[in-house]
Design a protein around this ligand. Structure first.
Ligand code: BGC
Length: 446
C-alpha cells in the first residue's frame, strides 16, 4: 500500500533526525578529536585548528581612558568612541555603522575587484568622522584569521564569510590602516591594537568578570578563543583557535554538497555546520530534497527554497519562533513566499522540524568544542568559567543558546554551576578599546 504523504514526511524527518543528531559517543569523539587538534595546532604540527596566539592576557579591569574602536566584522563595519572608567564600566558613544557595499552609491569593498588600499581608505574615511584633531589610540577588532606578532601587529591570513578583497596577502593589517589614516589626514588616530573578534569578546567579558576565560562568536561566522596557560607562573595568553576550520566531524550528504558548492570548498567545515551564514542554506537543501522524497510541494512554489542561499537564518529563526498551535507564522511566511499555494499543517510541521534538527546540531557541535576548551583549561573541573559570547545566532535564534547549555551539561559534563555565558553589549567595540588600553599601558607604543 502506498504511504500517505504525511507518513513519507515523517520518514524523511526520522532519517534526518538520525543523521543530524549527535549520539553521546559522537559528541565525546568530537571533544577528543578537538582536544587532540588543539594540542597539534599549538605545537606547530598539522592541524585543522590554527591556534593563533593573540599576545594579550587578562585585563585587570582597571584599564582606563578614551579610545576609538573599529569593528570590522564582515559586510557591516562599525566605528565608535569607547570610554573605559577603570572600574569595569564602559560607555560606547557615536556608533557609526556602514555597509562595505552600496549598489545605489556605486561602491563594493567586499568583492575581489576591490583592492586592499581602497578598502582601508574607506575605513579611514569612516574613522575620520570621529576625529576631534587630538591624538587618540584605536583598537581594531578584525573578524578574520590573522597571524599576530604583537598586540599591535598582525599579518592577514585569509578571508572567510563574504569578503574577497584583493591585495591583502601577507599584509600588516594595522599597517594598511595607519597608512590610510595618514592619507586621509587623520594621523592623530593611532591604531595600537588589532585582535580577532573572539579575542575582543573575551576581553570585553573579562573586563568586569574574573571568571571569563573564553570568547566565542556565533553570528554570520563562528569561532572561539580562550586563555592558554603560558609558563609555570600562572600567566595566560588568549589564543584564537579559528575553530570554524575544524573538520574531524560526522558530515551528512547535505554538508558535503554545501561545502562542494561553496566558495571555499574543503575549508571552514565546522563553520559551515554552525554559523548563521550557512544554517538557512542547510535547511533549504533538506527541504528541497523533501520535494522528491516526500512530495513536499511547497518547494515547487517557493522561490526561497529553490535557489542557493535564498533561505536565510533569519527565516529559520521565524520558523523556530512560531509557538502557535497551527504554526500560523510559518503559514504566513509561506503565503508571502508562495501566494499561489495553500500550505497544510503537516507541511508547516515539516519546515519547523527540519529547522530544529539543523539548529540543534549546530548547538551540539558548538557545545562539543566548548567542552574541548574547558577540559583543556581545567581538566579537574575545579573552577567556574564564563564564556563571553557575541553574535546574532546566539542572541536571536530561538532555542540555540538553551541547546548549547543543555548539551554542555548533559554530554560535556559542564553544568550551569561550572560554566555560565555572558553576552556583552557591543563586545567587539568594547574589547578592541580594552586591547588598545592594554597595549598603551604596557608601554609598547611610542
Ligand atoms: C573567521 C574568524 C572569526 C569568525 C567570527 C570566521 O569566518 O575566520 O576569524 O572570528 O568568523 O566572526
Amino acid at each position: 500500500m502506498e504511504l500517505t504523504k504525511e507518513c513519507r514526511m515523517a520518514e524523511v524527518l526520522l532519517s534526518g533526525w538520525s543523521e543530524f543528531s549527535l549520539s553521546t559517543e559522537q559528541f565525546h569523539q568530537i571533544v577528543s578529536d578537538f582536544m587532540e587538534s588543539m594540542e597539534a595546532g599549538l605545537s606547530g604540527a598539522d592541524s585543522p585548528l590554527q591556534m593563533l596566539p593573540a599576545f594579550v592576557g587578562r585585563p585587570r579591569g582597571e584599564e582606563k581612558g578614551k579610545f576609538l574602536s573599529l569593528d570590522f566584522g564582515g559586510t557591516n563595519v562599525r566605528v565608535a568612541k569607547v570610554e573605559l572608567d577603570g572600574a569595569g564600566g564602559v560607555n560606547v558613544s557615536r556608533i557609526h555603522k556602514v555597509s562595505l557595499k552600496n549598489p545605489a552609491e556605486g561602491y563594493d569593498y567586499t568583492c575581489s575587484a576591490a583592492q586592499a588600499t581602497d578598502l582601508f581608505g574607506f575605513l579611514a574615511r569612516q574613522l575620520s568622522m570621529l576625529s576631534e584633531g587630538n591624538e587618540i589610540f584605536l583598537g581594531h577588532s578584525f573578524s578574520f584569521a590573522s597571524h599576530q606578532s604583537s598586540l599591535g601587529q598582525a599579518t592577514f591570513s585569509g578571508w572567510t564569510k563574504e569578503i574577497r578583497v584583493s591585495g591583502m596577502e601577507d599584509k600588516d593589517i594595522n599597517g594598511l590602516l595607519s597608512e590610510a589614516l595618514i592619507r586621509q589626514g587623520v594621523a592623530c588616530i593611532r591604531p595600537v591594537a588589532v585582535i580577532n573578534d573572539t579575542t575582543a569578546t573575551l576581553l570585553a567579558a573579562a573586563y568586569s568578570r574574573s571568571e571569563a576565560d573564553m570568547g566565542s562568536v556565533c553570528g554570520t561566522g563562528h569561532n572561539t578563543c580562550y586563555y592558554e596557560a603560558i609558563g609555570q607562573g600562572g600567566g595566560v595568553m588568549a589564543h584564537n583557535a579559528e575553530s570554524g576550520g575544524f573538520d574531524r566531524l560526522p558530515f551528512t550528504i547535505f554538508d558535503n554538497q554545501l561545502d562542494k558548492d561553496s566558495e571555499l570548498p574543503g575549508r571552514q567545515r565546522l563553520e559551515k555546520m554552525v554559523a548563521g551564514r550557512y544554517l538557512g542554506e542547510l535547511t533549504r537543501r533538506i527541504l528541497w530534497e523533501g520535494r522528491d522524497q516526500c512530495g513536499f510541494q511547497l518547494a515547487e512554489h517557493c522561490k526561497a527554497l529553490q535557489k542557493t542561499d535564498a533561505l536565510s537564518s533569519v527565516d529559520v529563526a521565524v520558523f523556530l519562533g512560531d509557538k502557535t498551535k497551527d504554526l500560523e507564522e510559518i503559514g504566513r511566511w509561506m503565503d508571502r513566499q508562495a501566494p499561489d499555494y495553500r500550505s497544510n499543517l503537516p507541511e508547516r510541521l515539516f519546515v519547523k522540524e527540519v529547522s530544529t534538527i539543523v539548529v540543534k546540531r549546530a548547538a551540539s557541535l558548538a557545545a562539543a568544542t566548548y567542552t574541548g576548551f574547558l577540559n583543556r583549561m581545567d581538566a579537574r573541573r575545579q573552577h567556574r568559567h564564563v564564556i563571553g559570547v557575541n553574535g546574532s545566532l546566539y542572541e536571536k535564534m530561538p532555542g540555540f543558546a538553551e541547546a548549547i547549555s543543555l548539551q554542555l551539561a548533559v554530554n560535556g559534563g559542564w553544568g550551569p554551576e561550572k560554566v555560565g555565558f555572558a553576552v556583552v553589549d557591543e563586545a567587539p567595540l568594547v574589547g578592541a578599546a580594552i586591547a588598545a588600553a592594554m597595549a598603551t599601558a604596557k608601554g609598547t607604543v611610542d
